[in-house]
Design a protein around this ligand. Structure first.
Ligand code: PEP
Ligand code: CO
Length: 458
């Protein structure tokens, strides 16, 4: 492919950053509240509530992501496309943790690298939409934008953005994180007891045997190590989970942007790892302005419309000090486009000497609509994009340091394919997503087994 030589887009001069400096720029995908005073009252409350995460957790994650960028760790990021308030219940949350834990064990086994586990949870409540309005049976109403903004029911009043939902979302994020932290502290993720992580239906899964062999081999190594060292590997009775969400609703993110004692800079303490979506990453836009000033590690989704010089300019704005671990580029092109789209971006980033962590989201470029109008994704396309991502990075002397999935720990039927051969007709059996289709428990585990084998290859 020939590369176009164009002048790099110059970001207009940027003044002093503040948590509200984004407000002087065009902000895409923001809801319009009918009563601005009600919004201000909610934001004032939000900014006084205690934070959900701490600056030292955020700094630890940044350090770990820096190591992933250098090929010493591997990032596994996954969860719902959009969390829903209704799903804030113990079994749904525990099952999401379990599938992420199982996948991380499988990836650890294949890659021989420590896995960084990041959930799309405890705050993944706001969604960008392609259309502002939605029409059903002749009626046109504002699109649903996630539970933190408006309600899914198709009535005029439900679709009006309601600022109270920002508080409900913050509280649900806190409830979710509180439960996750308690499970992790209570030994739920103890490597000595992987049997705790089995999901009810693992026995019926085509991958059950291979998964159990991996678990047994890890347990045996652990016992061996502990016997040789004459002590228990205490650190292994606890694994870390970090949170992430798309930082879409900028008033909400601003309300959580704080200074902390004894550390410089501003932290977004609603999540460890916020990311900018593919629809809101304009160089001149409000999202890039907000994100450039926070010190968290951040992600940016990179879709097919991204130009090489634009990406280099973006990396310059978002990570001017070229700090390792600060910037993760989450590419999502689709199995048919990655081959043409990724190499020029890798080359440009290398040529500009930018330090980034490359991560592949094989979900968002592979969405299709069935004849009956359901959104789905094919297991084969997802896997095909991932395999090409590993190959292309290797061929260009770069490192694929992470993967990003939309998945659930339940037996849903939203994506087709996989060992059980789900087909279009099966989709209606348990299609629960309000937005994008997720891999179900078995498909997610199978995906992890397949990429783990791929990573084990020399
Ligand atoms: C998402 O991650 O759910 C999403 C909307 O992704 P993207 O910004 O890559 O389209
Ligand atoms: Co999605």
């Amino acid at each position: 492919m020939t590369r176009k030589h164009s002048t790099p887009p110059l970001a207009s001069a940027r003044g002093e950053w503040s948590p509200s400096s984004w407000q002087s720029r065009p902000a895409a995908q923001q809801p319009v509240y009918p009563d601005p005073r009600a919004l201000q009252a909610v934001l004032a409350q939000l900014s006084r509530l205690p934070p959900l995460v701490t600056s030292w957790e955020v700094e630890t994650l940044k350090q770990e992501l820096a190591e992933a960028g250098a090929g010493k760790r591997f990032l596994l990021q996954g969860g719902d496309c959009a969390e829903s308030f209704d799903d804030c219940e113990s079994s749904v949350i525990a099952n999401k943790l379990k599938i992420l834990l199982q996948m991380s064990l499988v990836l650890l086994h294949g890659s021989k690298k420590r896995i960084i586990r990041v959930g799309r949870f405890a705050g993944q409540y706001a969604k960008p939409r392609s259309a502002d309005m939605e029409t059903k049976n002749g009626q046109t109403l504002p699109s649903y934008r996630g539970d933190i903004i408006n309600r899914i029911a198709f009535t005029e009043s439900d679709r009006v953005p309601d600022p109270e939902l920002l508080l409900r979302g913050y509280e649900r994020s806190a409830l979710t994180l509180n439960f996750i932290r308690s499970l992790v502290d209570g030994g739920f993720a103890d490597l000595h007891h992987p049997e705790y992580w089995d999901l009810g239906f693992v026995d019926h899964s085509p991958q059950a045997d291979e998964y159990r062999r991996i678990v047994d081999s890890i347990s045996d190594s652990l016992k061996f190590m502990e016997t040789v060292a004459g002590m228990t590997a205490g650190e292994l009775s606890r694994v870390e989970f970090y949170t992430s969400h798309e930082g879409l609703h900028l008033h909400y993110e601003q309300a959580q942007t704080r200074r902390v004692p004894r550390r410089p800079g501003w932290y977004n303490l609603s999540t460890h790892f916020p990311w900018i979506g593919d629809r809101t990453r304009s160089l001149e836009g409000a999202h890039v302005e907000y994100f450039r000033g926070i010190v968290n590690p951040i992600g940016v989704k990179v879709g097919p419309s991204m130009k090489a010089d634009e990406l280099v300019a973006l990396a310059g704005i978002l990570n001017p000090q070229n700090e390792p671990g600060r910037l993760t580029l989450i590419h999502r092109f689709g199995a048919k486009k990655i081959d043409a789209n990724l190499p020029p971006l890798i080359e440009a980033i290398q040529k500009a000497g930018k330090l980034v962590l490359w991560c592949c989201d094989p979900m968002h470029g592979n969405t299709e609509t069935t004849k009956s109008g359901l959104k789905t994704r094919n297991f084969e396309s997802i896997l095909a994009e991932l395999e090409q991502a590993f190959d292309l990075h290797r061929q260009h002397g770069s490192i694929l340091g992470g993967v990003h999935f939309e998945l659930a720990g339940e037996n849903i039927t939203e994506c087709i394919g996989g060992a059980r051969g789900l087909n279009e007709a099966d989709l209606s059996k348990a299609y629960k997503s309000q937005v994008d289709p997720r891999l179900n428990y078995e498909q997610a585990l199978e995906m992890a087994l397949l990429i783990s084998r791929r990573m084990a290859r020399p």
